[in-house]
Design a protein. Structure first.
Length: 259
């Protein structure tokens, strides 16, 4: 299959690289799921990783975060080598992670969830950071005293992302943020919330099964099949490629297992 230059740098309007992934190979046990993958995310850019089930998308995120077994390659954050660092240290350095499931504390109120995200800071600093996080999601202001378990799916996802924003990360890794949401809520999460993160200067690496919707907001996109990047181009160009339908309907990869 012809590629759209996986070696080519993403859109040149984003001057500085926030997250660089070079030659990453990773998996679980002795099995490699991701093979020699290169990905770059620049500040102010939403980058989508799409592909059929089992392509290795979530394993790629877990490799960056030190959850999957690292077998080769390099990860740089703002030019600094962070390969193999534990998740807690990566968070302190500026990488925020919103997992697909278990991304909120359901038994706590929205305000308490945000406080948990800023636990490293003083009460005064947490208040300042909470205001900044709520600037992204003003809909949450009236729900700060609501228990998360009473919120809609979209509001829960807003809470999850806002909690991570309490650390003011430069880079956000989002794993299937629309999982379990209706088509309408999925569009809102992608087109309003996630797109706004990039517009506010965050570097966003988005793994998303709803490929068409993700590509519609992505500045740059990588398509994975069987653990490898087979196409790298602007989101709209990947979306318009006639081979995309064949990839999603015809290609199958090894099971994208969890750790």
């Amino acid at each position: 299959m012809p590629t759209s230059s996986a070696d080519q740098a993403p859109v040149a309007t984003h001057a500085r690289s926030a997250l660089s992934i070079r030659g990453v190979t990773a998996g679980y046990g002795d099995a490699a799921i991701v093979h020699d993958v290169d990905v770059e995310v620049r500040h102010g850019q939403v980058v989508a990783v799409v592909g059929p089930n089992g392509a290795g998308k979530s394993t790629l995120l877990k490799a960056i975060l030190g959850i999957a077994r690292w077998m080769g390659g390099r990860v740089e954050l703002n030019g600094k080598d962070v390969t193999g660092l534990p998740l807690q240290q990566l968070a302190r350095l500026g990488i925020g992670y919103v997992p697909q499931i278990e991304d909120v504390f359901e038994a706590l109120r929205v305000r308490e969830n945000l406080d948990m995200g800023g636990y490293l800071f003083s009460h005064r600093e947490r208040a300042v950071r909470m205001e900044k996080a709520l600037d992204f999601f003003p809909q949450l202001r009236s729900k700060l005293n609501r228990f998360v378990e009473t919120l809609s799916g979209g509001e829960r996802k807003m809470t999850a992302i806002a909690r991570v924003l309490m650390l003011d990360p430069a880079v956000l890794l989002l794993d299937e943020p629309t999982a379990g949401l209706s088509p309408e809520l999925s569009r809102a999460v992608l087109e309003e919330q996630i797109k706004a993160l990039g517009e506010h200067g965050k570097a966003v690496l988005l793994v998303e099964q709803k490929a068409v919707a993700a590509l519609g907001i992505a500045d740059w996109a990588y398509m994975m099949v069987q653990g490898r990047v087979v196409m790298s181009a602007r989101g709209v160009d990947v979306l318009g490629n006639p081979e995309m339908r064949e990839i999603f309907l015809g290609a199958k990869g090894p099971e994208d297992r969890t750790a």
